[in-house]
Design a protein around this ligand. Sequence first.
Ligand code: SAM
Length: 471
Amino acid sequence: MYNIMSPKAEEFISDEEIRRCLAYAEENKNNREVIDRILEEARKMKGISHQDALVLLDCELEDKNEEIYQLARDIKQEFYGNRIVMFAPLYLSNYCINGCEYCPYHARNRQIPRKKLTQEEIRQEVIALQDMGHKRLALEAGEDPINNPLEYILESIKTIYSIQHKNGAIRRVNVNIAATTVENYRKLKEAGIGTYILFQETYNKESYEQLHPSGPKSDYAYHTEAMDRAMDGGIDDVGLGVLFGLNNYRYDFTGIIMHAEHLEAYKGVGPHTISVPRLRRADDIDPDVFDNGISDDMFAKIVACIRIAVPYTGMIVSTRESPKSRERVLNLGISQISGGSRTSVGGYTTEERPEDTTQFEVDDRRTLDEVVNWLMKLGYVPSFCTACYREGRTGDRFMSLLKSKQIVNCCHPNALMTLKEYLEDYASPETREIGEALIQKELQTIPNPVVRKKAGEYIDNIHEGKRDFRF
Ligand code: SAM
């Protein structure tokens, strides 16, 4: 029985409710009257239900699809402007006791070299990331209570925050580790993590159980209820995701919107981010085996419809996607991207054969400087901002800032100041030249004259060597 307020996975992600929506959308996908009603509701920019979002996703009417894409662009612009936040993943360990069929770190894989970074190796990796210009990391690790216990993750976070190297600093550490207990989430919160990220992989219980035949991750309910426990442990920024390609995309699209609705209704805060990873080739993994791959067109439509359904959420696209595919979804709703990523343990410092421990092949192999340069040429402002997290604007406080539309006087100057730091400390001459002109142009778009003036002064201060200003 579907119950958005239930603590039970099978009730807030009800299979019966999803199947009802799948049938409703199939019936109404080309019904102009229904679609116009949904679009009218969506134009209020307050989100739409999982059922209505699926109708838009399924819609095949060309003119209506144009309206859907345009609305997604408008919502992206309204809530997130032209800023794109930059981050990089950091793989700590690929020891894992789970049996995930799509991930080469699964326990049965005896050919992949297993590696866990020491605190000194973490220090070297982080210095390499700081030297690229990164300020925000997503920690990644397999699940292995003996090799990677929570204490190891906590110690690693402490190490990362403590590293002072030139002007570099990691100011926000997000964490993508296996589902755990309320007590452990509390410890992660105390360690100062930003977002707790956990991908659902698929919301279909039956497929989930087939894809996770062994290990602690095989427990569908424990995994699906993890975000509720994270919030009970005090973490109010959580990041959802589905691994597209594993299961029917319509089912999982509906599931992820229902999960967002559940968090907002039951915990008072929706997801801070939604990620849209697509399955990639990897060591002993052939993505074609899963038979649920989605086209680039459908991928773009999914991004647009998530943007419309959950307007306030940050949306992340990683280097799993090619530059072309990333470019296409940027203005449809993406607010964060990774750059210069390595998906191997020790990949930022190992020159030789880093692919040995790679989790999956990346499709965007450009350096961070190349990605920043490319974004600016496309008219985006790459941002290294971490101000909200550091000012305690997390959870509902961040959401109310977004909903109040005050971000133009807050996020925009913060983005420009952190971009200025990047240009001063790490950019190539060409990137710097493009960036300086962009900053001058974008400063003029800050509506509040006091903030505009102050931001200009801070930017001059940064040029003189000062760092870390924020609104
Ligand atoms: N071990 C943790 C877990 O299982 O949730 C989190 C870390 S795991 C390194 C991060 C994510 O990578 C997984 O949640 C999965 O969605 C994704 N992933 C695994 N194998 C992949 C593949 N072959 N292609 C693309 N993404 C993959």
